[in-house]
Design a protein around this ligand. Structure first.
Ligand code: AMP
Length: 307
């Protein structure tokens, strides 16, 4: 089985949307990526850090999905990373209310020996120096390195972020962050500028408006499935990244053509994530639901025009 190494936060989140409010619940970029990638045939491991305030039952949710958690360090007496967000009425934009790095502030990641030869590395959202350190520890060159990040790191660690971006093949980023990183409003121009920073493939996520994949002069677009109910978009971007990197790991094919399929898998999984608060929907999700919605995706985008 191919191996996927995942790096990112494992966190407590407090979320407020127009539909309700949660206290501290399970969150974190690596959590969503891991849950999403677990729908593929692969071995995965998470490298992250939590404090000893982090409930064992949350860690068990990950092991139940066959995710290797030996790379999640538990810091005695430490407090877990905490993030709190408030969504606006359209659910497409949000304000970060609190980001407490806590144990993440001086985290030195350790990649489990078994995953130093991972086929794909998914560098989820956290400090760019941690992302770099994970790449430094790889003993064989991964077939693909994917990076996800957000405005927080552009604001407080831009130089380090630009260094790690040079080393990756694919970057997944949302539209506002692509504009911030490139200083360019047009997403086509932004993608070209970001490609010049290193990644040959740029995925720009546009929430309910789908995702764009750029490579040289080529562009591919995948819509988001129109959903009746969206409760909480938290983690949708990470779930997308987990589906994207999970499918590439399983299929062992890093061509542009196959990345188009990976984008569809990512969008498909993300469409479930937003249906309930936090990780609730992903934890209860079954493979048959994933496959049946994939069929809906196909019908949504297929047409038969004679040219
Ligand atoms: P998304 O909605 O896909 O952007 O991801 C939301 C998740 O990212 C939440 O579960 C947060 O715990 C996590 N998160 C929020 N801010 C950061 C940050 N600055 N670094 C790493 N992870 C973060």
């Amino acid at each position: 089985m191919n191996k996927l190494l995942i790096v990112g936060t494992v966190a407590f989140d407090a979320i407020e949307t127009p539909f309700g409010k949660t206290d501290k619940i399970l969150g974190g970029a690596a959590t969503y990526i891991g849950l999403s990638a677990s729908f593929f045939n692969l071995q995965s491991a998470i490298v992250s850090v939590v404090g000893d305030d982090f409930p064992q039952e949350y860690l068990d949710l990950l092991t139940d999905r066959n995710i290797d958690i030996s790379g999640i360090e538990v810091v005695k007496g430490g407090k877990t990373f905490f993030w709190s967000g408030l969504y606006h009425n359209d659910l497409n934009s949000r304000d970060t209310l609190v980001t407490e790095l806590n144990v993440l502030a001086d985290f030195q990641p350790k990649v489990p020996q078994d995953f130093k030869n991972a086929d794909v590395v998914m560098l989820g959202n956290l400090h760019p120096l941690v992302q770099s350190s994970v790449l430094d520890q790889m003993e064989t060159k991964p077939k693909l390195v994917v990076l996800d990040t957000m405005n927080f790191w552009m604001d407080c660690a831009l130089a380090e972020l630009l260094e790690v971006i040079k080393r990756v093949d694919v970057i997944t980023i949302n539209d506002e962050e692509a504009r911030q990183l490139s200083g360019e409003y047009s997403l086509v121009k932004a993608a070209a500028l970001i490609q010049a920073m290193g990644p040959k493939y740029v995925v720009i996520k546009k929430g309910e408006h789908g995702a764009l994949l750029f490579h040289n002069k080529e562009v591919f677009f995948a819509p988001a499935l129109p959903l009746e109910e969206v409760f909480d978009p938290t983690g949708a971007g990470d779930t997308f990244a987990g589906g994207f990197s999970g499918f590439i790991t399983q299929s062992e094919n890093v061509s542009f053509e196959n990345m188009k399929n990976a984008i569809i898998h990512g969008s498909n999984l993300a469409s479930f994530c937003v249906e309930k608060f936090g990780t609730e929907r992903m934890v209860g999700l079954e493979k048959k639901e994933v496959l049946s919605r994939l069929q809906q995706f196909k019908s949504l985008t297929q047409f038969d025009i004679e040219l």
